[in-house]
Design a protein around this ligand. Sequence first.
Ligand SMILES: Cc1cc2nc3c(=O)[nH]c(=O)nc-3n(C[C@H](O)[C@H](O)[C@H](O)COP(=O)(O)OP(=O)(O)OC[C@H]3O[C@@H](n4cnc5c(N)ncnc54)[C@H](O)[C@@H]3O)c2cc1C
Length: 554
Amino acid sequence: MKLPYIVLVDDDIQVLRAIQRDIRNQYREDYKIAATESAIEALELIKELKLKNEAVALFISDQRMPEMEGVAFLEKANEIFPEAKKVLLTAYSDTEAAIKAINDVHLHYYLLKPWHPPEEKLFPVINDLLDDWHASFKPDHEATRIIGFQWSPKSHALKEFLSGNLVPYIWMDIEGNEEAEKYLVSANVSKSDLPLIVLKDGTPMVNPQLHEVAERVGLQQKATKEIYDVLIIGAGPAGLAASVYGSCEGLKTVLIEKKNPGGQASSSARIENYLGFPTGLSGAELTRRAITQSTRFGTEILTPQMVKSITVKDGYKITEMMDGAQINSKTIVIATGAEYAKLEIPGADNFTGSGVYYGAAAVEAHACRNEAIYIVGGGNSACQAAMYMSKFCSEVNIVIRKDALSKTAANYLVENIKNTPNIKVLTNTEVVACSGNNVLENITLRDDKTGEERVVPTKALFIYIGTRPGTTWLNDVVLKDNKGFILTGNELMKEKSFHTFWKEEREPYLPETSVPGIFASGDVRAGALAGISSAVGEGALAIRFVRKYLQESY
Ligand SMILES: Cc1cc2nc3c(=O)[nH]c(=O)nc-3n(C[C@H](O)[C@H](O)[C@H](O)COP(=O)(O)OP(=O)(O)OC[C@H]3O[C@@H](n4cnc5c(N)ncnc54)[C@H](O)[C@@H]3O)c2cc1C
């Protein structure tokens, strides 16, 4: 197997030798290491590597170089190997340039010189970046393939499922990829049977169900224990955090997720406000880290498994799945967050998955290369999606009803959008219809000031118009507010009927629902502050009270 490259660039021969020595000592078994004093020479080299179909995992470049500054070099390198990780080597006095580069070239890290001892200051960072790179990169011959029609909802569902579960795959559009035809012939499948999955070992799966794919790619779907200390429903940031803290404290923990771990956060192309990640990180990266942490401590993650209902018997909780399986636990944390609100306009339902997408920018970005696309919504998530898509699309149009983006989005995103020439903001405008034959072809835009309507061609409409609580599945076992959010702690005590349902001597704990031992955390909880950090905090807090409840009840 070909080893991927690490490319080092520094005009200062002393520094180049030092970094080359450290990187070589640590990584030479698994990577080829190329080092040069010239940025121009490095660019020639990486163009050559691209032609030879080699992979580059990491670039490390000094900032101050006479031929070209490090940031400019990394920008050019990014055009050739966009998936490679980028590290800028800086002196303390260049920190400002490095911080600016986080936005300009999507820098992954800036490393201050000197980096000694490398065991503390260099290797942990590089290991982390290389792990991330490996999580999304698979050499052609080792990857699972999905073969189908680009604008087919079934193909989209498979792509979304595999990417959400961090299973690397290669997407092959039957209409634009000659290689794809060969897989059809060898699997004896006709185009009308698509999508086709070809697993790493060559096994074909024709138009498979998600749970069949899950089983074949090794995702756990059945619980192994008779009873768990804590059962967590929903693997968004709140559920994942609860699972990490639960299993880390030695509780028998099971986490159930209906789609893919990560929740809403997994569709975020770039999270910039999570503490400790100054260069931002994608939802997929955050999720990968959390899953690794949680399974390391012994959490069982069942996916895809949708919870249908909860019942309580003698203080024990019985959770039933859609497939009829039941799991017993002493406590439950409901962390089912929120789901996208639907765009209720003519035609939108007909094209969901075939041109109309809810929060799937990261999955469909490559398919929208050089296209003009539309995003509905003016919140932070819509803006993040626009920034991400602007790297691939010829034109990104954000459609908002208000007269300025600054009314609904964070300042830094508004500024980034202003500075991105291929993003346009269509203010006082609404999308009022979608049309096409088999796939989305046109949308109708209405100017809210003049009432004038115009039809514009597009292959993709991404919808980010807010969310509603993820409790439509939940029977009436716990109290909810009139919008469907779960009431907990103090909010419960404000209910007139409090004494009719609460029979404990103590007051309900902060995240506890109307049923003792069932907790709610994250976006699903009434009064929660939406956001990843709050959800993580709430997940951790729920476990503190789970422990308290277990101590006093069992
Ligand atoms: C595109 C986008 C970008 C965002 N970017 C940011 C950002 O940069 N910074 C920030 O702070 N916040 C951001 N947010 C908001 C943030 O992601 C949410 O506040 C956070 O994910 C809430 O976490 P949660 O765990 O409470 O719920 P969710 O993330 O909603 O997770 C709930 C999980 O429960 C699962 N589930 C639901 N019902 C069931 C069931 N019956 N059985 C099993 N599983 C079930 C769902 O599939 C889901 O995985 C963003 C949101 C979106 C949509």
